[in-house]
Ligand binder design. Structure first.
Ligand code: UDP
Length: 311
């Protein structure tokens, strides 16, 4: 039986990864300090013998008694509101946390996959973003704490690969959505769906002309699973390349939810990227992966989750 350690396991992506690895027959050790994660996301796994949970902050020394085959490092505050509220924790989990997990991977002789992000491209000056683009990041702006932590994470992961010969994988995750996002995490999708359900105004920031490309969580998990098992160690974009403006996205959610809420406009947050869209030709070439779930289908499934949650 293969054993995998998943950090950030009680979070949105971490909990879906726990489900996937359990379904694939792995032993899963889940770790989370519950800063932004919730036990609700993984409580359905607690009865399984193959599932263990450790309440731990990976910025501190990480001890796992078991042998490990794989480590997936997904712990971090990840929405702009969260990392603005918790800038130091965000920097620590991306830097000290990653260092601890790389050290653990080395002693366990395990393969480690770290969760990087499209934020390392900053407010990009090329479009769509390919993996060989170096980015346009404001280190000292409000998003710098997340962007630079993730850039350091990539650097130290490559250093462990090159210097220690560690088996490493780096996924660059673009905007992803689905069940178990937090309604109040400030991201566009839960914000809009929450507002629609409560009958409040839908708050579009700026004029809504900034773009994003939203990937359904099941597609993302499939890409990550394939990357882990591949032999590719350079950073790889995983995301959905169907681009949409935030204004169009808000209008789609108004239609989907059948709400009477109106769209209103609020100031654009500092350094909010104007355009974001992954070039996923590498992921297709290396993993044979591309997203399968249409936005209409994914949004419908996510909305059903939020409706049940609010009830
Ligand atoms: N956004 C918005 N209204 C909200 C929340 C977010 O217009 O209530 C915008 C935000 O300014 C950004 C886009 O939606 O341009 C996506 O934001 P999100 O926080 O989901 O992720 P980001 O891609 O910025 O990390």
């Amino acid at each position: 039986m293969k054993k995998v350690l998943i950090t950030g396991a009680a979070g949105f992506l971490g909990s879906h990864l726990c489900d996937r690895f359990i379904a694939e027959g792995y032993d899963v050790i889940a770790m989370d300090n519950l800063l932004t994660g919730s036990l609700e996301n993984i409580e359905h796994l607690f009865h399984l013998e193959r599932f263990t949970f450790y309440h731990h902050d990976v910025s501190k020394f990480v001890h796992v008694p078991d042998e490990l085959d794989y480590i997936l490092h997904f712990a971090s505050p990840a929405s702009p509101i969260d990392y603005l509220k918790m800038p130091i924790q965000t920097l620590k989990v991306g830097s000290l946390g990653t260092h601890n997990l790389l050290g653990l991977a080395k002693v366990k002789n395990a393969r480690i996959l770290v969760a990087s992000t499209s934020e390392i491209y900053g407010d990009p000056t090329t479009h769509p973003q390919r993996e060989d683009y170096w980015g346009n990041v404001n280190a000292v702006g409000p998003r710098g704490v997340y962007d630079e932590a993730k850039r350091f994470q990539e650097a130290i992961t490559m250093a462990y690969h090159n210097f220690h010969g560690l088996e490493t994988r780096i996924v660059r995750i673009f905007n992803t959505y689905g069940a178990r996002m937090r309604l109040n995490d400030g991201r566009a999708l839960p914000a809009f769906m929450g507002q629609a359900l409560r009958g409040e105004d839908i708050t579009v920031f700026g004029d809504g002309s900034q773009t994003r490309s939203f990937c359904f969580v099941d597609d993302l998990v499939e890409g990550i699973y394939r990357l882990l098992l591949s032999d590719y160690h350079l950073p790889l974009n995983i995301g959905n390349p169907t681009e949409i403006t935030i204004k169009q996205f808000a209008e789609e959610i108004v239609r989907l939810t059948n709400t009477k809420s109106k769209i209103i406009y609020k100031p654009l947050p500092t350094d909010d990227p104007k355009q974001r869209c992954p070039d996923i030709s590498k992921a297709y070439e290396i993993l044979g992966w591309k997203p399968q779930v249409e936005r209409s289908e994914g949004l419908h499934r996510t909305f059903t989750y939020f409706c049940n949650k609010i009830k």
